[in-house]
Ligand binder design. Structure first.
Ligand code: HPA
Length: 270
């Protein structure tokens, strides 16, 4: 795997001398942020040796190198979900590549179902911590010492300084944000009412189908992570409302400008 990652990295480095400091995973809620990047180079995933390619037709994936609010960034436009059938090594492959490109910090976003009764649809949740409910861990198997230790510390999965920068940025923009614990599950099913209850009982505030594997791998390499979740539906109370992918996308689209503004503002202070 190490050789595969290194050959992806050297291909990207051959495209120009650019050293990004911050990696951004443009998940739900942040896809528009790509339009604000002063693009230096956009590389389709399909051109990068060994890079996973999206299974979904028309879902082009691109690696975008550029400058965003004065910071050198590399953004992943399109991520790989476990529910699509990729193994954990493929899901997290791009994170390894970005780390070897020199990224020290990661910003990620996702959509999730809220299980905290104080939450509302459309809330922006700063992720404080996570619970890994995926049936696998991306670090299972032989450890690559070059990346990090066999038993990585996870005492601060989401960097406290970045979290404070986000709080301050939200305040400066008069944006209302909530904070909470994100439970990551394999999907692709949304939760049953009993499962939403379970998520709440084990200490989660929201549940979704991404981010956790990527953060585990980033932390393995001792990198700082920050993640935002858009609460697109609620699994709260006696009667759980029906959820659909369309609803998730609709809500995310509505919230997106606020999330984009928040991350843009944050970059000034990182
Ligand atoms: N559950 C899991 N993943 C999700 C949800 C949810 O309710 N909403 C958006 N992604």
């Amino acid at each position: 795997m190490l050789e595969e990652i290194k050959s992806s990295v050297s291909y990207i480095q051959q495209q120009g001398d650019f050293k990004p400091e911050i990696g951004i995973v443009l998940g739900t809620g942040l896809s528009n942020l790509a339009n604000q990047i002063e693009v230096i180079k956009r590389i389709p995933y399909s051109e990068i040796p060994n890079f996973p390619v999206s299974t979904v037709k028309g879902h082009s994936g691109n690696l975008v190198l550029g400058v965003l609010n004065g910071k050198k960034v590399v953004a992943l436009q399109g991520r790989f979900h476990y529910y699509e059938g990729y193994n954990m090594q493929k899901v997290t492959f791009p994170i390894r590549v970005l780390a070897l490109l020199g990224v020290k910090k990661f910003i990620l976003s996702n959509a999730s179902g809220g299980v905290n009764p104080n939450f509302q649809v459309g809330d922006i949740m700063l992720i404080k911590d996570h619970i890994n409910l995926f049936p696998d861990n991306p670090l299972r198997g032989p450890n690559i010492e070059e990346f990090g230790p066999r038993f990585p510390d996870m005492s601060e999965p989401y960097n406290k300084k970045l979290l404070q920068i986000a709080r301050d940025a939200a305040k400066a923009l008069s944006l209302n944000v909530v904070e909470g614990v994100y439970a990551g599950t394999s999907g692709p099913t949304f939760e049953t009412p009993a499962e939403y209850n379970y998520m709440k009982a084990i200490g989660a505030d929201a549940v979704g189908m991404s981010t956790v594997p990527e953060v585990i791998v980033a932390k393995h390499m001792n990198l700082d992570c920050f993640a935002i979740s858009v609460i697109t539906d609620l699994g709260v109370g006696e009667e759980i409302e029906e959820v659909s992918h369309e609803k998730v996308l609709d809500v995310a689209k509505e919230v997106e400008p606020r999330v984009t503004k928040l991350v843009f503002e944050m970059l000034k202070h990182i």
